[in-house]
Design a protein around this ligand. Structure first.
Ligand SMILES: [Zn+2]
Length: 49
């Protein structure tokens, strides 16, 4: 199973598309959270630092 990144990004033609980066689903969202932070600068509210 995979999770897919649904963050909207601009493609080379300036169109808004889903990032579509695939994650191997490992029963936690840790991978996705750190990916979102490093790649998209998105911080979810689950853990306050
Ligand atoms: Zn992404």
């Amino acid at each position: 199973m995979y999770d897919v990144c649904e963050v909207k990004v601009m493609n080379l033609s300036d169109k808004e598309v889903e990032c579509s980066h695939k994650f191997i689903h490992d029963s936690s969202t840790g991978n996705m959270s750190s990916y979102l932070q490093s790649k998209h600068d998105i911080y979810e509210n689950q853990n306050k630092v």
